[in-house]
Design a protein around this ligand. Structure first.
Ligand SMILES: CC(C)(COP(=O)(O)OP(=O)(O)OC[C@H]1O[C@@H](n2cnc3c(N)ncnc32)[C@H](O)[C@@H]1OP(=O)(O)O)[C@@H](O)C(=O)NCCC(=O)NCCS
Length: 189
């Protein structure tokens, strides 16, 4: 069954000797399927990919397109969007309100704060015939503070920290902390 707890089930209940067949989503469904499924998708999420690792959880109003890949033990909070060409590693936390566009790669143990903005088109315009999707890489253990903006084609190195509200215009080296607009290094290691 591809979509974890989101799959529709038919539950039969015996009440006063008569059988009631419930075709609708009910809480009991989650409890029953939760025993068998290896990941959890909230009933209010819209998840089209089956590539979700064991023990990952997807919360309300998050939309995930069919090509996306999500690793094990991830927590994707509510109101997120994940496009097709997105790969997310294991033990990743994505807080609420983050849109992850084609070309995004999140390593293992990455933390993405609420309302972080990722981008993939450096010179956007409507109906852009020259659209070139740039890849953004967030390497293992990196942390991105709430509301940061990551410009297209950026690499955020292993264990790096991006401060809340930063606008990241250049690669961030492993282990360093950057803050501000444009983001500047305030700490190394
Ligand atoms: C980046 C961060 C980790 C730095 O923490 P820190 O190493 O303890 O740094 P400090 O608080 O000592 O601040 C050092 C300097 O950087 C500045 N600074 C810290 N964070 C900043 C930020 N996000 N934007 C701009 N400047 C910042 C401080 O004002 C201070 O400047 P000063 O030396 O001129 O006074 C932290 O401030 C931060 O932004 N954390 C992310 C929080 C978040 O988004 N959480 C999401 C989950 S709720």
């Amino acid at each position: 069954m591809p979509y974890g707890c989101q799959a529709t089930t038919i539950v039969s209940l015996i009440l006063n000797g008569s059988v009631v067949v419930a075709h609708k989503t009910i809480l009991l469904k989650n409890i029953i399927l939760g025993l068998f499924m290896s990941f959890y998708v909230d009933n209010l999420a819209d998840v089209k990919t089956g590539k979700i690792g064991q023990n990952s959880r997807i919360w309300q109003y998050t939309v995930i397109l069919p090509g996306a890949e999500i690793g094990r033990c991830c927590n994707i909070c509510s109101h997120c969007f994940i496009e097709n060409n997105v790969i997310i590693g294991d033990r990743v936390t994505v807080k609420a309100g983050v849109y992850m566009w084609d070309g995004l790669r999140l390593g293992n143990d990455v933390f993405v704060g609420p309302n972080v903005t990722f981008t993939n088109d450096k010179y956007p315009k409507s109906r852009n015939a020259e659209y070139a999707c740039l890849e953004t890489w967030v390497e293992d253990g990196a942390v991105i503070g709430g509301g940061a903006v990551i410009l297209p084609g950026i690499r955020i190195g292993i264990g790096a920290i991006v401060g809340a509200g930063a606008v990241v215009t250049r690669d961030v080296l492993p282990g360093v902390t950057v803050v501000g607009n444009p983001a500047r290094v305030i700490k190394i290691g």
